[in-house]
Design a protein around this ligand. Structure first.
Ligand code: MN
Ligand code: MN
Length: 489
């Protein structure tokens, strides 16, 4: 059976003869000198059947996380739901905590921190995982609603680095909250469920796109043309003013109690509609909106849930606002983190700065996966490849490492050893060629707190696009790394 299978595979590839010589090579004894060389291996050549099964189960849960978490607020809601099922309790100031206790702190519904109290004192430091759950999207402007040519539109202001041409003519859903004149807040979610209407941004037809087509990619679709089509059914008679705006407002008022002024105190986000999907005949990829950085957040969440009796206190932080610079009260620069960690330290009579000085942090954020369609922007020897495992980024930044945290040799060595000891597949990753561009993460903000920090995360294809693609194997290995960090670092 095994032989005939091999023959068929050989026939498919037109390589029947090679099979025999390959067999011979496989039997040759390994040359000890060759061990001196570093040769990364594709994860599928090392993955056990048991791991493959666990990987597939993990990725089903991850897809569910993505489908529940289309915005940072929805991610927090779903994290709370999952955490409570795992025995985590909402932290309250002054709470007595002992080893093994599990708590979370909801930062204004937009960020969340979780901790499992270790058996060792926080004076010995914590093992920290950071990730961000905000993703690039289109926010509605405060004065968003207008009508033109007898159609109603929402004006948008994009959030994070997007390639604007990718956001036209794709189905959009709307999620968020609106605080009404009376101070009450209503949630809005529309466009994800079967049968619900969706929204769209128009693009020019090719027949009239001759001049537009000559423009550079980044200029063909200007920000101010990213206006979302939301209706065309008028309210009132032919002579009434604003009747297309009113047609939309009437519906919104009936459903949510919203008036036009309420948009001023709203956070409404237009995101690509639709669910995460297996991708490829072999289902080895997942395509979805928001892998950056929910793929690492979920790896940390599952890692802290599954960590067995951590010696050091394990902490997860899912920050908001990473895509726009980590500022703001829910961003990683906020002292909300000091508040939470300070509380945990106070319960043990430990100084926060003592804890930080001895802590270890993995800033888990995605990196670019090598894409042969755009080979010229990558340094192939230092790029991350799909299915080679979690990518360690010693440094991010741009040009001459500008803005990078640049983890020390010792720190890279620590994570490398931890992964090797736990059979976690990993690789080194640089975002691209030195002068091709660049990017950053929250690593530098953790390092600024006197916490040893290293970047590591899942390689992503089409990063920041409405649908990004990751390999399941890399998602699973990132979870395995985070679990090892929480259990053993
Ligand atoms: Mn990003
Ligand atoms: Mn990111």
């Amino acid at each position: 059976m095994a032989d005939s299978k091999k023959n068929i595979t050989g026939k498919l590839l037109g390589k029947q003869k090679e099979t025999i010589s390959e067999k011979l090579l496989g039997k040759a004894k390994e040359d000890p000198v060759k061990k001196l060389l570093y040769k990364p291996k594709n994860g599928f050549d090392r993955l056990s059947a048991a791991d493959e099964k666990a990987m597939n189960a993990y990725c089903e849960d991850y897809k569910r996380f993505l489908d529940h978490g289309k915005t940072e607020r929805l991610c927090v809601d779903y994290c709370v739901e999952l955490a409570e099922k795992k025995g985590f309790r909402a932290y309250e100031s002054g709470m007595k905590l002992k080893a093994g206790d599990k708590v979370y702190c909801n930062n204004r519904g937009k960020g969340i921190m979780l901790a499992v109290i270790g058996s060792e004192s926080l004076a010995a430091g914590a093992n920290i995982g950071t990730a961000h759950t905000d993703s690039p999207r289109l926010d509605l402007k405060p004065r968003t609603l207008y009508e033109e040519a007898e159609m109603a539109f929402f004006k948008t202001h994009h959030y994070g680095g997007i390639r604007k041409y990718q956001w036209v003519t794709i189905p959009l859903a709307l999620h968020g909250v609106v605080t009404l004149a009376d101070g009450g807040t209503v949630a809005v979610h529309i466009g994800e469920e079967d049968g619900e209407p969706q929204f769209i941004i128009n693009d020019l037809l090719p027949h009239l796109g001759k001049e537009q087509g000559k423009k550079p990619l980044n200029e063909a679709i200007p920000s101010e043309s990213l206006n979302i089509l939301i209706g065309s059914r008028p309210y009132g008679g032919e002579d009434d003013k604003d009747r297309f705006k009113l047609g939309v407002l009437k519906l919104l008022n009936e459903k949510y109690g919203i008036t036009e002024e309420d948009f001023i105190s709203a956070e409404l986000e237009a995101v690509p509609a639709g669910k995460a999907r297996d991708t490829g005949f072999d289902r080895s990829f997942i395509s979805a909106y928001g892998h950056d950085d929910r793929v690492c957040a979920y790896a940390e969440l599952a890692g802290i849930f599954d960590a067995k009796k951590p010696k050091k206190t394990a902490v997860c932080i899912f920050a908001d606002k990473e895509e726009i610079g980590s500022e703001g009260v829910s961003g990683m620069l906020s002292e909300a983190f000091e508040w939470f960690m300070g509380e945990l330290c106070r319960a043990q009579g430990v100084e926060l700065r003592e804890c930080f000085a001895h802590s270890f942090c993995v800033s888990a954020d995605v990196t670019a996966a090598y894409d042969p369609n755009f080979a010229d922007v990558y340094d192939k020897k230092n790029a991350a490849f799909v299915n080679y495992g979690v990518g360690f980024c010693k440094y991010t930044g741009s040009g001459g490492k500008s803005g990078a945290s640049d983890a020390s040799a010792e720190l890279v060595g620590k994570l490398r050893k931890l992964c090797n000891d736990n059979n976690v597949f990993w690789q080194m990753a640089e975002l691209g060629k030195t002068d091709a561009g660049g990017g950053g993460t929250v690593a530098k903000y953790m390092a600024k707190r006197n916490i040893d920090t290293i970047d590591a995360g899942v390689p992503v294809l089409s990063m920041h696009a409405p649908r990004e693609t990751v390999a399941k194997l890399d998602c699973y290995m990132t979870y395995r790394m985070m679990r090892a960090v929480f259990e053993q670092a």
